[in-house]
Ligand binder design. Structure first.
Ligand SMILES: [Zn+2]
Length: 547
C-alpha cells in the first residue's frame, strides 16, 4: 500500500514536471483535471535486448520524408499497387520502428525542432535549429561529430538547400527563418556535398548581400548549377591530381519559383509532353555516392542526409496527388541507396523516417465511407501550386467565367461538370440513394458544384482578411484550388484534417549494419542515440564516451 502511494506521488510529480517543461499544461476551469488519476501503476520492463556490439557502419544514409508519416507511405503504396505497379521499397526494409516527436513547445512539432532532435539528441522549441530553447546553447550535430571523425558528409533535398531539415544537419540558429545566415554557416562546415534546390534568400532578405553561390566558390566548393555541369561531375571528373577533399554544391537547374526543385507530378507532366527529363532526388543520391565514396580503401565512409521536402509542401495544401508522387520520388531515392547497399552489405546502414506528419492525411473520409478509388488521384495532371500559377492567376486577372473554369478543372483534375449547368438541375447528391461499392462518379454532385462555385467567388474576391470559417475551409490558400483538390481527394477516399502539421507518430525503417537497433517505439531524440550507439559503441564501452 505504502509502495503504491509512493508510486502515485512519483507519477504525479513526473507528470507535473513533464507538462511544465513541455509547456502544454492543460488549463481548464476545473483545476483538478491535471490530478485525475488515470494510470497510477506502471510496470517496469527489463529488456532482453543486448547492447549493440556489431559492425560499425561505414556508409550511412538517413532519409527524411518531411511531413511523411504512416498514412503518406500507405497512400503512395496503395496507389502504386492499385495502378498496377510494385509497392514502395521503403516498406520492404527489414526493421520497422515508430518514433514520437513532440518538442519543447508543442505536441505538434515543426521541421526545425525535429531535425534538431534527430541530429543532436536534444529537444528544443519549434523553429529552433540545433540551439537550446533560449538560443544560448549550441548543440553539436551528428554530422559535425562524424566530419571530425573523418566521414564525408552529404546533404541533399528537394526543397531549398538552406530549409529547416537540411539546416538541421548543418547549421545552428534560433530561428529557421534566417536563411542567408543559415546558408553561410552551411558553407562554413566544410561538409563535402550539398545538393538540391537553390538557397532561399541567396543574396539575403533584401537581396543586397554577397550571393551564397559566390561564397561557396570562395570556400572551395565546385558549384554545378546546370545539367551540363552536373553531368561533368562524378568519378571520371576526379582529376588525377585532385585532392581527396573536393567539395561540391549542386543546384537543380529545373526549379519552381520558390527555388525549390519542381514537384514530381509536374516533372512527370512535362516529360509526358515531350520535355527533357530533369534531375530528381535519386540523381542526387547517386551522384552523392559517386562523389563521396572513394575507391581508396583508406576512406572512412560517408553520412548522407537526404530529405524528401515536398511531401510536406503538398500536404500543407491538402494536395493528395502531389504528395503521393513526392513519396514515390523519395522511394526512388532510397532505391539508389539500396543498390549501393547490395554491393556493400556489411558496411552500409540505411534509415528512412519522417520528421512530423502534415495535413492529418488519412485514407477514408465521411464522403467515401468504406470506399476508396485512389486511382482517381492519377487524373490530376499538375500540382495545386502549378494550377495556381498557370490557371488561377489568370482567372483573377481576367475574371474568367466559371463555365470556362470548369473545363480547366476537367482537364487538370478529371472532375466532370454536371451535365446540366443550372444549379437546381445539377445532379442531386445521392445521400439517400443506395450506394454501390463500385460507384465511382467523377461527375460533380450538386453540393460539390456549389462548393466549387463558392470557393471560386472567394478566389475572385481576392481578400486579404478571411473570416474564421473561410480560414478553416481554405487555410491561407486559393479557395478554388483547395476545394477542387478536396473534392478529388474525397472522391478518391482520402481526407485531411489540417493545413498544418499533426502529432501523428513517425515510421522508421532500417536496413543493413546496425539496423535492428532501430525497432521499437521511442522518442525522436533516441534516433540520434541509436546512431551514436551503433557508430561509437566501442568508444562508449571503453572510454565512457559522452556526447
Ligand atoms: Zn511543414
Amino acid at each position: 500500500m505504502k509502495n503504491k502511494k509512493i508510486i502515485v506521488v512519483f507519477a504525479v510529480v513526473i507528470s507535473l514536471i513533464a507538462s511544465f517543461s513541455l509547456g502544454y499544461n492543460i488549463k481548464t476551469k476545473n483545476n483538478d483535471i491535471n490530478n485525475t488519476e488515470l494510470k497510477s501503476e506502471t510496470v517496469e520492463i527489463t529488456t532482453s535486448k543486448e547492447k549493440y556490439s556489431g559492425k560499425k557502419p561505414k556508409y550511412i544514409f538517413l532519409f527524411i520524408g518531411d511531413g511523411m508519416s504512416y498514412s503518406q507511405l500507405q497512400l503512395a503504396d496503395y496507389y502504386l499497387k492499385k495502378t498496377g505497379n510494385n509497392g514502395l521499397d521503403i516498406l520492404k526494409l527489414s526493421t520497422n520502428g515508430t518514433i514520437q516527436n513532440q518538442d519543447k513547445t508543442s505536441l505538434i512539432p515543426d521541421s526545425a525542432s525535429t531535425a534538431t532532435a534527430m541530429a543532436t539528441g536534444e529537444k528544443t522549441k519549434s523553429g529552433n535549429i540545433n540551439v537550446s530553447e533560449d538560443g544560448k546553447e549550441k548543440y553539436e550535430t551528428i554530422t559535425q561529430k562524424l566530419k571530425k571523425d573523418g566521414y564525408k558528409i552529404g546533404i541533399a533535398t528537394t526543397v531549398n538547400i538552406n530549409h529547416a531539415t537540411p539546416a538541421g544537419f548543418s547549421a545552428h540558429r534560433e530561428s529557421r527563418k534566417g536563411y542567408y545566415e543559415i546558408g553561410k554557416e552551411m558553407l562554413n562546415t566544410g561538409f563535402d556535398y550539398f545538393a538540391g534546390g537553390d538557397f532561399k534568400d541567396k543574396k539575403g532578405e533584401n537581396g543586397d548581400k554577397k550571393s551564397l553561390e559566390k561564397i561557396a566558390e570562395e570556400k572551395g566548393y565546385t558549384v554545378a548549377d546546370s545539367e551540363e555541369e552536373f553531368e561533368k561531375l562524378g568519378n571520371n571528373s576526379k582529376k588525377e591530381n585532385s585532392s581527396n577533399d573536393e567539395k561540391y554544391l549542386l543546384i537543380a537547374d529545373d526549379r519552381e519559383k520558390t527555388d525549390a526543385m519542381k514537384y514530381s507530378i509536374d516533372k512527370r507532366y512535362e516529360q509526358e509532353n515531350g520535355e527533357d527529363e530533369s534531375d530528381s532526388l535519386s540523381d542526387y543520391v547517386k551522384k552523392g555516392i559517386d562523389l563521396l565514396s572513394d575507391k581508396d580503401k583508406k576512406d572512412k565512409g560517408f553520412f548522407m542526409m537526404i530529405e524528401g521536402g515536398k511531401i510536406d509542401w503538398a500536404c500543407h495544401k491538402n494536395d493528395a496527388a502531389s504528395a503521393l508522387h513526392e513519396t514515390i520520388d523519395l522511394d526512388n531515392a532510397v532505391d539508389e541507396a539500396l543498390k549501393f547497399y547490395n554491393n556493400h552489405k556489411d558496411e552500409t546502414l540505411i534509415i528512412v523516417t519522417g520528421d512530423h506528419e502534415t495535413g492529418g492525411l488519412a485514407i477514408g473520409n465521411s464522403n467515401s465511407e468504406y470506399d476508396t478509388h485512389l486511382e482517381n488521384l492519377g487524373l490530376q495532371k499538375i500540382s495545386c501550386d502549378r494550377f495556381n500559377e498557370e490557371y488561377v492567376s489568370k482567372y483573377k486577372k481576367e475574371k474568367t467565367d466559371f463555365k470556362e473554369v470548369l473545363k480547366d478543372i476537367e482537364y487538370v483534375f478529371g472532375l466532370k461538370k454536371p451535365l446540366v449547368f443550372k444549379e437546381e438541375k445539377a445532379k442531386e447528391d445521392s445521400d439517400d440513394d443506395h450506394k454501390h461499392s463500385d460507384e465511382n462518379s467523377l461527375e460533380l454532385s450538386k453540393s460539390e458544384y456549389k462548393r466549387l462555385k463558392k470557393a471560386y467567388n472567394l478566389t475572385l474576391e481576392n481578400r486579404k482578411n478571411r473570416t474564421k470559417e473561410e480560414s478553416i475551409l481554405y487555410g491561407s490558400h486559393e479557395p478554388i484550388t483547395v476545394e477542387v483538390a478536396r473534392i478529388l481527394a474525397q472522391k478518391s477516399g482520402v481526407g485531411f484534417t489540417s493545413f498544418s502539421h499533426t502529432a501523428a507518430p513517425m515510421a522508421v525503417f532500417a536496413e543493413g549494419v546496425g539496423a535492428s537497433e532501430f525497432d521499437g517505439v521511442y522518442d525522436n531524440t533516441e534516433l540520434y542515440e541509436k546512431l551514436i550507439e551503433v557508430i561509437y559503441w566501442e568508444i562508449l564501452v571503453f572510454y565512457n564516451f559522452s556526447k
